[in-house]
Design a protein around this ligand. Structure first.
Ligand SMILES: [Zn+2]
Ligand SMILES: [Zn+2]
Ligand SMILES: [Zn+2]
Ligand SMILES: [Zn+2]
Length: 808
């Protein structure tokens, strides 16, 4: 998903292997990205572009009125079955496929407003009603819509507006002699009901609904860093030739302290698995729900009622404002390129969007001083705001790094030494050109070239600069105009940077069956982004910070006490609790080009048996741990048992398959079947795995969920059994991730839910307190789970018997 699709990848690799040796050498040894791009780009032939065009033709990104009807009907089915959430999402898909001001779009909006009404989302429902009306909702159906509007307004405590709607409604009835008698009667009856409600409400003082939107303003940095906006004053920026740039604590930092709060410079929503068309035989359109259906394409906010771009079916936004901003800043260029961008992958998309965003920066500050150096660069531009100028300056500057080093000692900082969250900072993230394989660089260069050609073909070079585009002579081989090739080089740089600097924006998604009373959560990747400040942090397999996201804003908090002078570290992915040292080091070397020497890596290198996965098997006779490499022998005092690792590993794989199958039953609500399977897995696991094995934890966790979901009279599930299993799972999590880890926090949250549902007041309160303490450190106070815990707590405190005071 980050890189181009496999078909294009192998096509380009094939092309590379057929190139004459001399050309391969020229490209491999190109000293600058500029040379690399200039040597590769002309090799992209028209037939290559045709091939790419065929590939991207498989994505459905345009509007299709037939699809609109299809999704509306599917939505109606869900609506009939009272699955309002499912209906809303399908109506949204219908909305995105209908053209603006069409009956199709107005019907989809109107139907979605009904689903939202049932979901209790009255504000959003009202917005959809207005949308339906502005897009030309049929006159004859208006009464239905107006009634819904009146009911919404009543529920929201806005009686004046509701009365006005009722008046509109009555006059609309009067103008409708076409209504059948029975229809008229039904409407009359509903109208009466609404009128009564309106009158009741009119006598009450106006109540405004409590703002439920998540505000982030309350969680700010205690004191902002003067050198690095977005970072706390408790850290400082350092640079050294071996480690590059990094952050160090300037004072003792307590767990939970906010160290960085930064909005992404650029982010691109990961649309999820977008299937290529044609898919199944039954249907041209899929009804699968992905990230792209549920999150705003600009601010990433979750929404059940997105508004689509007028020009395509794939870009959807939480609001008209987000749509407009996205359009102005980048989507006007990207809109027609949707299929190509899906084919070329997220990195290519982020690269394009970064350069598009660079157009809006006041780069004058950076360039003015260096304008003298610009005079020999070919293009000298009058506008200080012109991105081509910055790009040109920076690209030309690669050769004379040393001169620049004198002026700005830390790359990415301005002449005053301030590290700003702007394009300059993005530009200075390391592309590691020398570390990428020639084939990879060739793939990136040709993908970027293809994108530039499309931009050119679409006449979009006007977007890249205010200057008139340089004229192309028709007879010449394909050469990009000067501005676009400057853009191409910049995009190539971003594509190479992203491998080491891309930050995945993740969100916690709730999974588990609808019946389940305890929430299971899963971390999913929502977007790929670049954060200049977050990028300053180095990696550790055992980091001292925790990263979380709200929309496109990243926050980094200390996850433990950090002493003054210690480096601030976060984990790029390979965490010591998830992988052994060999796997971690291999991953870090191949993706990030360095050898990790963090304390856990050094420790495990000395003593390989310390990592996870080792010492995990035990003897089926005496239960003692098995030790050894290819052949493991029992460590029990009087036991001679030995067994091959291969055998144990294949047994483990069998077990994991079974657990997977049981979890699937659990998700589909087949609880009894799931429990039977899981109990089998549990006794199997006991016979050869240690009690701390992560699979044992998974089994216990799944059992807990299953028992909690059982439909028993009086109590919510078999909460006692559920709690017992959850406590075992908690022990495993503690061994693997530590007592104050975020994983522990999520598991404690589940246990709190179980106790709460079982009305086990003291246990619940104790667990809520523990969960809250752990989660606060990682997420700060505005986290959904923490709010949920607080609600449970106040509910329980109301239940507690009121202590009787001493008699007077
Ligand atoms: Zn938005
Ligand atoms: Zn669009
Ligand atoms: Zn490490
Ligand atoms: Zn033994």
């Amino acid at each position: 998903m980050d890189l181009p699709v496999d078909e294009w990848k192998s096509y380009i690799l094939q092309k590379w292997s057929l190139l004459p040796k001399s050309i391969q050498v020229t490209i491999s040894t190109a000293e600058t990205l500029h040379d690399l791009f200039l040597h590769s780009s002309p090799l992209l032939q028209p037939e290559d572009e045709m091939f790419l065009k065929r590939l991207s033709g498989g994505y459905l990104v345009g509007k299709d009125p037939d699809a609109s009807l299809f999704y509306r009907e599917k939505g109606n089915q869900k609506f009939q079955a009272k699955d309002y959430m499912g209906a809303a999402v399908l109506y949204s898909k219908g909305v995105s496929h209908s053209g603006p001001s069409s009956t199709d779009i107005s019907l989809c909006y109107a139907n979605r407003s009904a689903a939202l009404f049932h979901l209790g989302q009255y504000e959003t429902c009202l917005k959809d009603i207005v949308r339906a009306q502005t897009h030309g909702y049929p006159e004859r159906l208006q009464p239905k819509l107006l009634l819904r509007k009146a009911e919404c307004l009543v529920t929201l405590g806005r009686p004046q507006e509701a009365s006005q709607t009722v008046i509109d409604l009555e006059s609309s009835f009067a103008a409708k002699p076409t209504l059948s008698a029975s229809q008229f009667q039904i409407l009359q009856r509903i109208l009466c009901r609404v009128k009564v409600k309106v009158q009741e409400k009119e006598n009450l003082p106006e109540i405004f609904p409590e703002a439920l939107t998540k505000t982030f303003e309350g969680v700010d940095l205690r004191e902002e860093n003067e050198q690095i906006p977005g970072a706390s004053s408790s850290v400082s920026l350092h640079v050294d030739p071996l480690k590059g740039r990094y952050l160090v604590a300037t004072k003792d930092i307590l767990p939970g302290e906010l160290l960085v709060k930064e909005d992404a410079f650029v982010s691109v929503l990961n649309p999820g698995e977008v299937p290529l068309w044609p898919r199944g035989l039954e249907s041209k359109w899929d009804i699968q729900v992905t990230n792209g259906d549920l999150h705003c394409h600009r601010c990433l906010r979750h929404t059940l009622a997105p508004v689509p771009c007028d020009g395509c079916s794939y870009a959807k936004y939480c609001s008209q404002e987000c749509m407009q901003q996205a359009w102005d800043r980048y989507h006007s260029v990207e809109c027609s390129l949707g299929a190509l961008l899906l084919t070329l992958g997220l990195f290519c998309h982020v690269a394009l969007r970064s350069t598009l965003l660079a157009r809006f920066e006041d780069v004058g500050k950076v360039t003015k001083k260096l304008c003298g150096e610009m005079s020999n660069q070919g293009i000298c531009l009058p506008e200080s705001k012109n991105p081509v100028q910055t790009l040109k300056y920076d690209l030309g500057g690669e050769g004379d790094k040393k001169d620049k080093a004198v002026e700005t000692p830390i790359p990415g900082c301005d002449i005053n030494g301030k590290y700003e969250r702007n394009y300059n900072a993005i530009f200075h993230l390391l592309p590691h050109t020398e570390n990428h394989s020639p084939e990879h660089k060739f793939l990136c260069a040709l993908s970027v070239s293809a994108l530039c050609r499309q931009l050119e073909a679409a006449g979009l070079q006007a977007f890249t600069t205010d200057l008139k585009p340089t004229k192309l002579k028709a007879a010449e081989p394909p050469v990009l105009c000067a501005e676009l090739s400057v853009w191409g080089v910049a995009m190539l740089r971003h594509m190479l940077q992203l491998q080491c600097n891309a930050q995945a924006i993740t969100t916690i998604q709730q999974t588990g069956s609808k019946e389940s009373l305890i929430t299971d959560t899963r971390r999913v990747r929502l977007a790929t982004a670049l954060f200049p400040v977050v990028s300053l942090l180095n990696h550790s397999c055992s980091p001292n910070t925790s990263v979380s996201f709200i929309g496109t804003i990243a926050t980094i908090r200390a996850s433990q006490l950090i002493r003054s002078g210690q480096e601030i570290l976060h984990c790029y992915g390979p965490h010591e609790s998830r992988m052994g040292v060999a796997e971690r080091r291999q991953k870090l070397r191949s993706q990030y080009f360095f050898d990790c020497d963090c304390p856990p890596c050094e420790r495990e290198k000395q003593r390989p048996s310390a990592g996870p996965g080792r010492g995990a098997f035990r003897c089926h006779r005496c239960r003692a741990l098995l030790q050894g490499d290819d052949v493991l022998s029992c460590s029990g005092p009087a036991c001679m048992e030995s067994v091959s690792r291969d055998l144990l590993v294949s047994r483990l794989q069998d077990l994991q398959r079974q657990v997977g199958a049981a979890q699937k039953h659990l998700r589909n609500g087949r609880l009894e079947v799931a429990i039977q399977l899981l109990l089998g897995c549990q006794s199997d696991a006991e016979s050869f795995l240690s009690a701390e094995h992560s699979v044992v934890g998974e089994i216990e966790d799944a059992l807990a969920q299953a028992y909690a979901a059982l439909d028993l009279p009086l109590f919510a599930g078999d909460w006692e059994k559920s709690a017992t299993h959850l406590q075992k799972s908690l022990q495993v999590v503690e061994v693997h991730h530590g007592p104050s880890s975020v994983e522990m926090g999520h598991e404690l949250f589940k246990l709190a839910q179980v106790f709460f549902n079982g009305c086990a007041v003291p246990e619940a309160l104790k667990t809520i307190q523990k969960a809250e303490k752990v989660l606060l450190v990682h997420y700060g106070p505005w986290n959904d789970e923490i709010r949920e815990l607080q609600k449970m707590k106040s509910c329980l405190l109301d239940l507690l018997p009121i202590p009787v005071g001493p008699k007077e």
